[in-house]
Design a protein around this ligand. Structure first.
Ligand code: ADP
Ligand code: ZN
Ligand code: ZN
Length: 775
């Protein structure tokens, strides 16, 4: 049978093009090389040369089509297989967006572009070889500049695309040149690091070794015989010159070793953690997970366990079991900070080689290395934020979503607008993997579903003797009326002071997403708003600027009111910066550090802060909801929530659920060690139901209360909601089109007789009616 296919079907990587495939001729030289999932270069109309992915083959063409040749391959190995492609197609279909956009999220195409493809001359060129004019031009150029990017080579040789790529292919298949992927031209070479190792045995009584040198050798032997030079110089308290001298005696060897650019490196020297013996609830949960993996059952399991009940330990055991069965694992955390924490705990059990971290904040080079390590199946565990669900890991057996209730698993903008939880369910179904959703405060919908399928794994108790913290609701109206104008209630202040004295640690949460520290004129009421978004600008003290939190627009503070020219502009509200400032005024000796998205700009800054807090180098951590989750630090015994009300003020049917979750989560940070924790919710509405339920830390009663309200109003899980957002720079146009769409949908549902089941609401303006000049 002839296995040759004449045509390859590709999808071209041009955003906003309708999803469809195009056929290209496969040149002889690329026969056998072209496979599904391979990135290639193709000519595409007046767009010139574009990236594309091979998605299929055929031997005939629809009539009237004149296929061109594929120019080149951008990698020699496929970057996805057919299963993965089907998964991606499903996503595009489900979320009504084109395939290229989904692929772009999964596989950033800047990995594969012609400017990052390097052509190099292979050394021995047979002078007998007959070359045509173009091939000669290319070889001549490469003789001058042996490593040139494909992009440059074409530009410099001025050969037209089609002839150029043909020449490159021919040269390549006759082994005169090679073409390789490079991710960053600057750091093109794999990263090398200088190492030292013992060469041969040390005979201790061998003559003429100065004591200093033998000490160094002893030290090297003690730490395993091999070490990074930079590291070793510190360990052995010696110098590079001494090392060089010893290496001349042949007793040690200095050499370069290739290392991956691995962000987990910083955890490299942590000790190996032991697996803990599970208690009976944990063991029961684990055995159900293992069963599910065995049966390849794909109904999600909900691991519902209060904070500190040992969910993470169950994950670790489940991962171990998956690895023992040669299965790979994806584990998601709701945000980068938590993903790093989790990666640390996981690599302490399984070693950093098997683990890779994946989120939007890793560099292109790092991501590229992870890809390479996935391809060679070195990486078996991917830890990451929501986009890690796309990781092209093969042989998947287990997907874990920690803190599954978090809204950050949903990407609302840009497209693809997806929910990583939904994708995980689909991927689990397609691969026969087990999906474990873990939370202390499950998503109402997840809980409802798991209850119906009897897939709830319950961990009802905190591990060991640690008891839940005591929670107090502080009525700030009362504080104010009795003369305390500070943002800290008396009781919180008192406990903060005591914790500082006793060397224990505290957390202060302030939900800055409320409209905080905005400027308003006390004379005329003018509010300083962003010029492109309909929200107030927020004061940033460190730079003394007003900044928009939606579009990052910045301007100087107003000295006088632009409306009435009075100088009565006052700053209201509370943000993390203000809390930090007031706290430091109150407790000048305390070591306080703030974490929010403003402090996260430096790479790894968040990891460093959390490390410092974990090590006890920081007394008080002040931050937004980022600090509410996941931290497991025994010495934290006090949590204060400032303005708990602001958590519930969003006009969203989930705001009660979200607020309850956040309060319960942050309360769970206190008293995880030997000392009982104390938590204070400061509020102006202590009677609010979600605050009351959070005080009791009673998910079940909250669930029942909430479900009743949802049922009455037909909110999820009693319905599905689809939200259509229509935006335009013209307010009139946005309004007109919204009305048209709503009208057409209504006509459609009525004419099909489904208006009972499909109700059309709106249109209505968004909560923030203008963002970045778009209405
Ligand atoms: P969760 O993820 O549910 O918040 P963790 O897994 O972080 O809880 O566990 C809370 C604490 O209990 C951790 O300090 C952990 O080391 C400890 N722990 C959990 N399971 C066990 C166990 N089986 N034996 C001993 N300690 C455990
Ligand atoms: Zn004014
Ligand atoms: Zn703005």
């Amino acid at each position: 049978m002839d296995l040759k296919n004449k045509y390859a079907q590709v999808i071209v990587d041009i955003p906003n093009l309708d999803t469809r495939t195009f056929s290209y001729l496969i040149p002889d030289e690329l026969q056998g090389i072209i496979k599904i999932g391979l990135p290639v270069l193709v000519p595409f109309g007046n767009q010139g040369v574009v990236n594309a992915y091979v998605v299929g083959f055929s031997n005939y063409l629809p009539e009237g089509i004149n296929a061109k040749y594929i120019y080149e391959v951008l990698d020699t190995e496929p970057i996805f297989d057919i299963e993965y492609l089907k998964f991606v197609e499903w996503i595009a279909n489900y979320y009504c967006c084109n395939l290229q956009t989904v692929l772009e999220t999964a596989i950033p195409s800047n990995f594969f572009s012609k400017s990052k493809r390097i052509v190099s001359l292979l050394e021995d060129i047979d002078p007998e070889k007959k070359l045509n004019k173009n091939q000669e031009k290319i070889i001549d150029f490469l003789k001058e500049k042996p490593e040139t990017s494909v992009f440059n080579l074409q530009k410099k040789t001025k050969i037209p695309s089609s002839a150029f790529y043909e020449a490159v292919r021919k040269l390549r298949s006759s082994n005169l040149i090679e073409v390789n992927n490079l991710i960053e031209l600057k750091s093109a070479k794999p990263k090398l690091e200088r190492f030292v190792r013992l060469s041969g045995s040390i005979v201790s009584d061998s003559p003429a070794i100065p004591k200093r040198q033998s000490d160094v050798l002893d030290c090297l032997e003690k730490i395993g015989g091999e070490c990074k030079v930079s590291e070793f110089l510190k360990q052995a308290k010696t110098t590079a010159t001494t090392l060089k001298k010893i290496s001349e005696t042949g007793k040690i060897e200095l050499f370069d070793k290739e290392i991956y650019r691995n962000p987990l490196k910083i955890f490299e020297n942590q000790g190996q953690d032991e697996f803990l013996t599970l208690n009976s609830n944990q063991a029961e949960a684990l055995s159900q997970i293992i069963n599910s993996m065995k049966e390849r059952a794909t109904e999600p399991l909900l691991l519902y366990g209060i904070t500190g009940s040992g969910k993470t330990e169950v994950y670790l055991h489940a991962i171990k079991s998956a690895l023992e069965n040669d299965k790979n694992i994806i584990i998601l955390a709701p945000e980068i900070l938590l993903a790093s924490q989790l990666a640390k705990r996981i690599s302490a059990r399984f070693g950093i080689e098997k683990v890779a971290i994946w989120h939007s904040n890793i560099s292109e080079g790092e991501r590229f290395d992870v890809w390479e390590r996935i391809k060679t199946n070195e990486v078996k565990i991917i830890v990451g934020a929501r986009s890690a669900i796309f990781a092209p890991l093969k042989n998947l057996g287990l997907i874990i979503i920690d803190e599954e209730h978090e809204s950050s698993y949903k990407q609302t903008s840009p497209a693809p607008r997806y929910n990583a939880k939904t994708l995980a369910m689909e991927r689990a179904k397609r691969t026969g993997s087990t999906l474990v959703l873990g939370s202390a405060t499950p998503d109402i919908t997840s809980f409802y579903r798991a209850k119906n399928t009897e897939k709830i794994l319950h961990l009802p108790e905190r591990f060991g003797t640690a008891e839940l913290a005591t929670i107090n609701v502080v009525d700030m109206r009362h504080e104010f009326n009795t003369g305390n104008k500070s943002i800290f209630s008396r009781v919180l202040k008192h406990n903060l002071a005591r914790n500082l004295e006793e060397g224990k640690q505290s957390i202060l949460l302030i939900n800055r997403r409320g409209f905080s520290t905005y400027g308003q004129c006390a004379n005329c009421g003018f509010v300083a708003e962003c010029k492109s978004c309909s929200i107030p600008l927020i004061l940033h003290k460190t730079t003394n600027k007003l900044r928009c939190h939606y579009c990052s627009y910045e301007r100087d503070v107003f000295n006088t009111c632009p409306e009435c020219e009075s100088d009565a502009i006052k700053y209201f509200g509370l943000g993390t910066q203000k809390v930090e400032e007031l706290f430091k005024k109150e407790f000048p000796k305390a070591r306080a550090v703030r974490i929010d998205s403003d402090t996260m700009t430096k790479k790894n800054a968040h990891i460093e802060i959390i490390e410092a807090f974990t090590q006890g180098e920081v007394d008080v951590l002040i931050g937004t909801q980022m600090i509410a989750k996941g931290l497991d630090i025994p010495n934290v015994t006090l949590v204060g929530v400032l303005m708990a009300d602001s958590l519930f003020n969003m006009p969203d049917f989930r705001s009660g659920e979200r607020g309850f979750q956040l309060l319960t989560q942050v309360a769970g940070r206190a008293g995880r060690g030997d000392f009982r924790g104390k938590v204070y919710f400061q509020t102006y509405s202590p009677e609010y139901f979600a605050i009351q339920h959070a005080k009791e830390q009673d998910f079940l009663s909250f669930y029942h209360f909430e479900m009743q309200g949802r049922n009455e109003l037909s909110y999820p899980p009693f319905s599905y909601l689809i939200r259509l957002v229509i935006s335009s720079r013209s307010e009139i146009k946005a309004r007109k089109i919204s009305e048209e769409v709503a009208y057409k949908l209504r006509v459609l549902t009525e004419s099909r007789g489904i208006d009972e089941r499909l109700e059309v609401l709106g249109p209505s303006a968004c909560i923030i009616s203008k963002i970045k000049d778009e209405y």
